[in-house]
Write a protein that binds this ligand. Structure first.
Ligand code: PDD
Length: 276
């Protein structure tokens, strides 16, 4: 339906409490990329917030296929969210009986402007002030919004988050470091979102013989890295050349990034567009 006709109750717990789960699925040549993995992550989030999946994987796949078919554009970004539904009164505890609200939309998938890849992007850092279940993709994104806004107001693209002396991720992305030709990735735990693009980058590194270490990355290591990258479904892989006004490595996108970007684009042409 036209977006202006879509209606959600003012008593919806997504609106009142941020009580819900979401996913962003990139679609290349009308084929959702890593759909099974996105749906598995959705399931983990729903389990983590104790919300029964109202549809199931087969019905999700059908609905996503329908929204892709009904929207213009070969490359799309499908957004879906499930909230715990609308109650009759505001009450933090779950309602006894409630129907979850399901919302799906598609937007054009816009890859970042070439200048960001060619020149690299500027970032700031901030303490990771989020809760301790950052592995769940919930719609409660106020901390992420505040942190991303800090970057924007500093004329930057992303905020890199540090907690207890280690790098966790970005406000809406995962962050990788490169030191001495080795790719460093923070481990998937409760402090970061298990990114689908993160998995792709580690798979491409393994396939092309780039050494990688998945382990905690100390703040000093991140700040002293030769290269930093950010990754997400909508940004793909971007080189970070400034952190808090100081150059990362040489202050130019590095050679390991150039290799990964080429592998990623090749992978996109051959695999993502085939829907694999
Ligand atoms: N965000 N970490 C956070 C906090 C994120 O919000 C995202 C993505 C990622 C990267 O995950 P993936 O590679 O699966 O996109 C990591 C999406 C794109 C968003 O909220 O719009």
């Amino acid at each position: 339906m036209p977006i202006a006709e879509a209606k959600v109750s003012a008593m919806d717990r997504g609106f009142l409490f941020g009580d819900g789960a979401y996913e962003v699925i990139p679609v290349y040549s009308r084929r959702p990329f890593r759909l099974a993995e996105h749906l598995a992550r959705l399931r983990q989030t729903l389990d983590g917030i104790r919300l029964a999946d109202p549809l199931g994987a087969a019905e999700w796949a059908r609905l996503i296929g329908e929204i892709v078919a009904r929207n213009a554009g070969e490359d799309q970004s499908v957004y879906l969210q499930i909230t715990r539904g609308a109650d009759t009164r505001r009450n933090h505890a779950f309602p006894a009986r409630v129907t979850p609200t399901v919302y799906i939309m598609s937007e054009p998938l816009l890859t970042p402007p070439p200048a960001q890849r060619e020149q690299g992007i500027a970032t700031i850092s901030a303490p990771d002030i989020r809760w301790l279940r950052c592995d769940l993709k919930t719609i409660s994104l106020l901390a992420n919004c505040l942190l991303r806004q800090q970057a924007v107001e500093a004329g930057c693209i992303e905020t890199i988050l540090f907690r207890d002396g280690c790098m966790t991720e970005g406000a809406a992305s995962n962050i990788f470091a490169v030191k001495g030709g080795v790719l460093l990735a923070p481990p998937k735990d409760h402090l970061m979102l298990p990114g689908i693009t993160y998995d792709v980058v580690l798979e491409l590194a393994a396939a092309h013989g780039l050494p990688a270490e998945v382990r905690p990355v100390a703040e000093a290591e991140a700040r002293g890295a030769d290269e930093l990258w950010m990754t997400s479904s909508t940004k793909e892989v971007l080189p970070i050349v400034l952190l808090d006004g100081r150059p990362v490595g040489t202050g130019r996108p590095g050679p390991v990034f150039a290799a990964m970007y080429a592998w990623y684009q090749d992978f996109k042409r051959t695999v993502m567009r085939a829907g694999e």
